[in-house]
Design a protein around this ligand. Structure first.
Ligand SMILES: *Cc1c(COP(=O)(O)O)cnc(C)c1O
Length: 435
C-alpha cells in the first residue's frame, strides 16, 4: 500500500520562518514614498502597521523565530497534512508522484489563517485595539476575524462587493467570529462614496477595498491595518507551509522536481516555494511554478514596475509585477486571484529566474477541481483549482516520467459551492485579457 498521509512528529515542528529575501541575488527594490520618490522610512508606515510587522517587512534576516503565542494557536491545525494524491494519480494515469500540502484544515479553511494569527499577535503586543482590512473572496476576512477575536481585538472587514453577493455565508462566518463586515465600495469611507457615485454597478475590486480599509485606519487612533497577501511579512509567515512540506517529503524519502502554487498576491505560493530557493541556488534541479488566471495575468502579461497597491494611491509604491493599480478584473470565481499586483518577493524571484509562471482558464480549473473532489474527496477552493490543474498538466505531459510534483491545496471550497453550481450549470465562461 502506498503511504497516503505524512505526519510530522511533534519534535519536528517548524519554529522559525524563512526569509527568502536574504538569498535573492540583488535583493528587493525598496518601497518608495510616492510623495518624494525616496525609499519609504518605517516612520510613515508606522501609522498603519505595528513595529513588529514593520521590522519583518524591512528585514533581510534569513531566519526569524516564531513567537510561542502564535505556535500555541497554530496547534489547532498545524502541522497541516501532506497527502499523496494516489487516487488522482491513478485517475489520470501518471507515473508521477503528486503530493499536496493541505491548508484547508485551518479554522477558516485556507492558508490565510497562518498570517492572520501572526498579524493579530503583533498588533495586540503593541496595544492596538482594532484592525481594519479588506477581503476579496472572503477567506482573508474570515481568517482575520478569527485571529482578531483570539487576541481580543475588534475587526472591521471591507469585502469586495461581487464576493459579498456571491458568498453570503462568508459574511455569517465573519459575524460568528465577531467581526463587522460591509460590502466595498461602501458608504463608510470617502473612496467608497466616490466610487459608488461614479460607478453604481461596480463589482468592486481588491484595490478599492484596500483604499477603504486604509482610510478607516488613518481616521482612527485605535486602529491598524492588516493585509492578507503581497507584503513581505505575509510571505514570511506563510513559509511554515514549505518548511513543513520539506520535512514531510524527507520523511517519505522524496524531494520535488516541480513545486506548484496558485498566485493571487503571491503569499501561499511564496510560502510553499520560497523554502526551496536555497536548494535551487545551490544548483538543485527544481522548478517553482506560480499559476494565475488568464483573466488577471499579473506575472504572464503584466510589467515589473513601481506601482500602488490600491486604486486611490494610498499605499507606498511597490516594485512588483502589475497590471496597473486601476485594473478591475472580470468577476471570475477565484476571487482571491483577482489582484492587480504580485508580491515583491515573488516579483524578485521572477526577475532572477528562480521561478516561472503560467496562466490558466477558469473552466479547465473547475474541471480539474471536480476531478480532484471525485478522486481525493476534498473540494478545492476555486483559487486552489488552478494549482490542481497545473499539477495535472505537469503529471500528464510525460505520463511515464517518474517525477515528483508538490502543490499547495491552499484552501477548501465548501463556502464556494455557488461557483461550482454555476460551473455545473454551464454558466461560467473563459476569459482572456486582451494584450
Ligand atoms: C487568498 C487565497 C489565495 C490567493 O492569495 P495568495 O496570497 O496568492 O496566496 C489562494 N488560495 C486561497 C484558498 C485563498 O484564500
Amino acid at each position: 500500500m502506498k503511504q497516503k498521509q505524512i505526519i510530522l512528529p511533534p519534535n519536528e515542528q517548524v519554529k522559525s520562518w524563512y526569509n527568502v529575501i536574504a538569498d535573492i541575488p540583488g535583493g528587493l527594490a525598496p518601497p518608495l514614498d510616492p510623495a518624494t520618490g525616496q525609499p519609504m522610512g518605517p516612520e510613515k508606515l508606522g501609522a498603519i502597521f505595528p513595529v513588529g510587522l514593520l521590522e519583518q517587512e524591512m528585514s533581510g534576516q534569513r531566519w526569524v523565530d516564531i513567537p510561542e503565542e502564535i505556535l500555541d494557536i497554530w496547534q489547532i491545525w498545524r502541522p497541516s497534512p501532506l497527502i499523496r494524491a494516489t487516487f488522482l494519480e491513478q485517475a489520470i494515469g501518471t507515473k508521477a508522484k503528486i503530493y499536496y500540502k493541505y491548508e484547508g484544515v485551518s479554522p477558516s479553511g485556507s492558508h490565510k489563517t497562518n498570517s492572520a494569527v501572526a498579524q493579530a499577535y503583533y498588533n495586540k503586543r503593541e496595544g492596538v485595539k482594532r484592525l481594519a482590512t479588506e477581503t476579496g473572496a472572503g477567506q482573508w476576512g474570515c481568517a482575520l476575524s478569527f485571529a482578531a477575536h483570539k487576541f481580543g481585538l475588534d475587526c472591521k472587514v471591507y469585502m469586495v462587493r461581487v464576493s459579498y453577493d456571491q458568498k453570503p455565508y462568508r459574511k455569517v462566518m465573519m459575524n460568528t467570529y465577531g467581526a463587522e463586515i460591509v460590502p466595498s465600495p461602501s458608504p463608510d469611507t470617502p473612496t467608497g462614496r466616490e466610487i459608488m457615485e461614479k460607478y453604481p454597478d461596480t463589482p468592486g475590486s481588491l484595490g478599492i477595498a484596500i483604499s477603504e480599509a486604509l482610510e478607516d485606519t488613518v481616521s482612527r487612533e485605535d486602529t491598524k491595518y492588516a493585509l492578507g497577501s503581497v507584503f513581505n511579512h505575509v510571505c514570511l509567515h506563510q513559509t511554515v507551509i514549505g518548511l513543513e512540506a520539506k520535512k514531510q517529503l524527507a520523511l517519505a524519502g522524496d524531494y520535488p522536481d516541480v513545486v506548484i502554487g496558485c498566485c493571487g498576491g503571491g503569499s501561499n505560493f511564496a510560502g510553499l516555494a520560497a523554502p526551496f530557493v536555497p536548494d535551487k541556488l545551490e544548483g538543485r534541479n527544481i522548478r517553482l511554478v506560480g499559476v494565475e488566471p488568464t483573466s488577471c495575468p499579473t506575472l504572464t502579461k503584466g510589467s515589473c514596475a513601481y506601482d500602488f497597491g490600491d486604486v486611490s494611491q494610498r499605499t507606498p509604491l511597490l516594485y512588483m509585477y502589475t497590471l496597473g493599480h486601476d485594473f478591475i478584473p472580470s468577476g471570475i470565481h477565484a476571487g482571491g486571484l483577482r489582484y492587480h499586483g504580485m508580491a515583491p518577493v515573488i516579483s524578485a524571484m521572477m526577475r532572477e529566474n528562480l521561478m516561472e509562471a503560467t496562466a490558466l482558464q477558469q473552466l479547465e480549473c473547475f474541471e480539474a477541481g471536480t476531478l480532484f473532489a471525485r478522486t481525493e474527496g476534498i473540494i478545492p477552493a476555486p483559487e486552489s483549482c488552478h494549482a490542481v490543474r497545473a499539477a495535472i498538466i505537469e503529471a500528464t505531459r510525460e505520463p511515464d516520467k517518474p517525477q515528483t510534483i508538490l502543490f499547495n491545496l491552499s484552501g477548501h471550497g465548501l463556502l464556494d459551492l455557488a461557483s461550482y453550481e454555476k460551473y455545473f450549470a454551464g454558466e461560467l465562461t473563459n476569459y482572456d485579457l486582451p494584450d
